[in-house]
Design a binder for this molecule. Structure first.
Ligand code: SAH
Ligand code: SF4
Ligand code: F3S
Length: 425
């Protein structure tokens, strides 16, 4: 029997897909590249913006035709497209055999069993992941309690639910034994980890436990809410040798009134102070952020405040999105989506260009420096990997560098990557 897992969206979805694929492989199913060849097809969906939701609907439309030609194909849909009202979904998409909410692997297992595939003894949560074992995603907290006014995620992924530290460490240990060198801890709000457990567990404590694991070289985590970025956590990043000097902390907007309307619960000055303190404690920290442009009511001046913030804070990466109305959210019910599409795109391009210039400068300063790279593989004749600060580096070399930490002398730089040669010691 053959399977295919189709995935879009964030790292959380990639991690969950890789578990589902690992589970199906453990049952003896064969992975196929072409959707049409699959007996079991899983769609792992994202609806963070309208264009993502359009892509899901497009795929479902395509599958309707495929299913007519191949009625024995079984289709399961998971991810954030799946609402609480499963029966309404089944009515709208009768050719989908099973819908299950993200992370509800038990429901998936039970369905497989009802289709005479698999058994209930497999534990998908712990199934070995099928993707590159060098770098492994480990979800540590599901859901989000923040309810930012624009965001659909809490409605689709529910409230925060942390895994126990023991569970996470066991999984990380298994991954390390299987050859992983890097783990990336995931959550919508990863630095809120442990609060719901009520036993004093937090992200700093978890990082300290993971830092002791043999075989692992690097630990990363994403994404953080600025409000939950504690001094304790920053000290842990500074002091634990495997924890990379890099994290993502979404600003979303540089204007206080917009931040308030977004229900972010901080001001630009609070955010700026956090960045300043982090850079004082960890001078080589690399920071990335997310920005939304064209939020309802965003005036030209308010957009300028966001633009100036990006200019001032000089991030190592900025992910920019144009505001998109999402059903159920506070913003969709209270604020008209009144910034014209062309204006949103103009603002998006302006921030993109600004950031391109900033990265050109930041990366140019790295020329002549020697940086440690965890080598991920080869593209054409070049090896590539990432620095501690998550920058992609390409280099040439005749040995097999796969999975190794290599010191690279940087010779040239573009905004998006660096090039170099192995440094001679
Ligand atoms: N929990 C993370 C990620 C949430 S979704 C966080 O708090 O940052 C990833 C990014 O998508 C967000 O950071 C935000 O910038 C963007 N996003 C979320 N909802 C959006 C919407 N309705 N319109 C445009 N961008 C959105
Ligand atoms: Fe969405 Fe805000 Fe939660 Fe991030 S913190 S997932 S933007 S509600
Ligand atoms: Fe998309 Fe859900 Fe992730 S909406 S970004 S798949 S949390």
């Amino acid at each position: 029997m053959k399977y295919h897992v189709w995935t879009m969206g964030c790292q959380m979805n990639k991690a969950e897909s890789s578990r589902l694929a690992g589970y199906l492989a453990s049952l003896g199913l064969e992975n196929v590249k072409d959707i049409k060849d699959a007996d079991i097809l899983i769609l792992n969906t994202c609806v963070v913006r309208q264009n993502a939701e359009d892509k899901v609907n497009g795929m479902l439309g395509y599958l309707k035709g495929i299913k007519q030609a191949k009625p024995e194909m079984r289709i399961a849909v998971t991810g954030c497209f799946v609402t609480d009202d499963l029966s309404a979904l089944s009515k709208s998409f009768p050719y989908v055999n099973h819908f299950f909410k993200p992370g509800e692997s038990r429901s998936f297992e039970e369905w497989l069993l009802s289709e005479s595939v698999g058994n209930l003894h497999g534990n998908i949560g712990m199934a070995l992941q099928s993707v590159s074992s060098l770098s492994v995603y480990i979800p540590i907290i599901q859901g989000c309690n923040n309810f930012c006014s624009y965001c659909i995620v809490p409605y689709r992924r529910g409230r925060e639910q942390s895994r126990t530290a023991e569970d996470v460490v066991t999984e990380a240990q298994k991954a390390a034994v299987a050859g992983a060198r890097e783990i990336i801890l995931l959550g919508q709000n990863v630095n809120s980890y442990g609060k719901d457990l009520g036993n004093g567990t937090d992200l700093s404590g978890l990082l300290a436990l993971l830092n002791q694991l043999e075989g692992l070289l690097r630990i990363r985590f994403l994404t953080n809410h600025p409000r939950d970025m504690s001094p304790d956590l920053i000290s842990s990043i500074a002091s634990l040798d495997k924890v990379c000097h890099h994290f993502c902390v979404p600003l979303q907007a540089g204007d206080d009134l917009i931040l308030k309307a977004m229900h972010r619960h901080y001001t630009y000055q609070d955010f700026r102070a956090l960045i300043r303190q982090t850079r004082q404690m960890i001078p080589d920290i690399a920071l990335s952020t997310d920005i939304i442009v064209g939020f309802p009511g965003e005036s030209e001046d308010q957009f300028e405040n966001t633009f100036k913030a990006i200019e001032e804070l000089r991030f190592d990466a900025v992910h920019i999105a144009a505001y998109s109305t999402r059903t159920q959210t506070y913003a969709s019910e209270h604020y008209p989506d009144d910034v014209p599409y062309e204006v949103k795109i103009q603002r998006l391009r302006r921030v993109e260009n600004l950031q391109k210039g900033i990265l050109t400068e930041i990366n140019r300063q790295l020329i002549g420096k020697t940086l440690e790279i965890l080598v991920e593989g080869k593209k054409g004749s070049k090896w590539y990997g990432r620095t501690y600060s998550d920058k992609v580096v390409f280099f040439t070399g005749s040995q097999d560098y796969s999975g190794k930490l290599v010191s690279i002398l940087i010779e040239s730089a573009s905004p998006w990557s660096l090039q170099g040669i192995p440094a001679t010691v």
